[in-house]
Design a protein around this ligand. Structure first.
Ligand code: HEC
Length: 387
């Protein structure tokens, strides 16, 4: 794809994706909080009319009063607001971004021949297939293990995230592997909305229109899936942002890092969900902070070990490596993130960044697109150590 067209599509789709994601998750966090903070209605008339709980809030210059019905009010309210396009738009724009960035440029971003020698089309089929397979396995587990125990489902879920992260790391370029896991989890969340939650709401509304008592079973299932979405939110956000942090996706045990962060961030949701019910369980954030600090120590890149000491490295040698392996992309006005590696001054100004991206991790060149050799990385490491 033309690089300028790709940049324009990138910024437009990314804006849409982030804005829709904020609208979706913002509403979803709000309703989780509302639900957990509900108190029995003070007015006995409300209770008699079927109100299960009420919530008072002050926001944006006014007091708001929300009520949740045990099932439904006697009369169909007009207008009734639905919440679904935020989720659908987030998925559609996210998938479009994946097509533009990872499928069109599959050889650079999705495939890394040093990880798996895949043709572009094979990698794309595996990536799209992963999204569908993830949903089928998750939905199947909800209908079997999940009907017996949500705790057991959580344990199996963490195990499956581990397997998915490991498999993605064996198939795709490191950065794409994280994104694939995030896309699988995000697809599960949106499919929960499309295939379980919204159909349950439709049944509820239909029963009300036909003046029947609604069946509570689909509504309970919808509630369960909505809780799952709540716990998946932060792990998905991490996978979306981790692309900026090569020390995470580029780590030797990147799959384990992803699993640990997923568990820690889901744990933080537990803290906030308890907080909304009025409980303050401070050991949860304390344990999380200890976990994050431990992860940070574990992931600190070692000083790169050079195989043999090549002696003082002349700058000319480094410049020719960078020219061949980096400057094809990192030059001119369209240099990615404005990182230009053309002149000696450019290169010297970026010693740390170059070390982080091409030596301590193998984030650059992406998918090793320019076939950088290990000897060249060792040479860079030795030169950086001499700076
Ligand atoms: C095939 C094109 C390509 C090649 C070759 C390439 N890069 Fe990059 N580089 C990129 C892209 C694309 C980004 C932006 C990544 C992003 O979107 O966060 C990037 C980002 C970077 C960054 C900034 C990272 C950050 O998040 O701040 C550094 C530093 C970097 N590259 C160094 C290198 C070095 C050193 C080499 C050679 C060893 C190299 N790159 C080779 C495409 C390339």
């Amino acid at each position: 794809m033309d690089p300028y067209l790709r940049d324009v599509l990138d910024v437009c789709l990314r804006m849409l994706h982030v804005v829709a994601g904020i609208a979706w998750i913002g509403a979803s966090f709000y309703f989780v909080r509302l639900d957990l903070a509900l108190r029995a209605p003070k007015d006995p008339n409300d209770a008699a009319a079927g109100v299960a709980g009420e919530f008072w809030g002050v926001h944006g210059g006014g007091l708001y009063h929300s009520q949740k019905y045990r099932l439904a009010p006697a009369e169909m309210p007009e207008p009734l607001h639905w919440f679904k396009w935020e989720a659908y738009t987030t998925w559609l724009s996210g998938f479009a971004l994946m097509v533009v960035l990872y499928y069109f440029d599959a050889d650079v971003r999705l495939v890394d021949p040093s990880i798996a020698k895949l043709e572009n089309w094979e990698a794309i089929v595996l990536s799209v297939g992963g999204l569908a397979l993830g949903w089928l396995v998750y939905d199947g587990l909800c209908r079997t293990v999940g009907t017996r125990s949500q705790a057991a489902l959580a344990v199996v879920g963490v195990f499956l995230i581990a397997v998915t992260a490991w498999a993605a790391g064996e198939l795709f370029a490191a950065r794409a592997a994280y994104l694939e896991v995030g896309a699988i989890l995000g697809t599960i969340m949106v499919a929960n909305v499309l295939l379980v939650i919204i159909p349950a709401h439709r049944k509820l509304v239909r029963a009300m229109e036909e003046k029947r008592e609604p069946d509570p079973a689909p509504l309970l299932r919808a509630k369960e899936r909505s809780v799952h979405n709540n716990y998946l939110t932060l792990p998905v956000l991490f996978t979306m942002l981790a692309g900026h942090f090569a020390f995470t996706f580029g780590a030797d045990e990147a799959w384990l890092v992803l699993v640990l962060v997923a568990v820690l961030t889901a744990f933080i949701r537990v803290f906030f969900n308890l907080w909304h019910t009025g409980r303050r369980v401070w050991w949860i954030p304390a344990v999380t902070v200890v976990g994050v600090v431990a992860l940070a120590f574990w992931l600190e890149p070692n000083e790169p070990a050079t195989g043999s000491d090549p002696g003082p490295v002349p700058f000319g040698q480094i410049q020719s490596v960078i020219e061949q392996r980096c400057a094809t992309c990192h030059s001119g006005a369209s240099a990615p993130l404005g990182v230009r590696l053309e002149t000696e001054a450019d290169i010297r100004a970026r010693v740390d960044d170059i070390g982080r991206q091409a030596v301590q991790t193998r984030a650059m060149p992406p998918g090793n697109a320019t076939s950088m050799t290990d000897e060249e990385r060792d040479l860079l490491a030795a030169w950086i150590a001499q700076q």
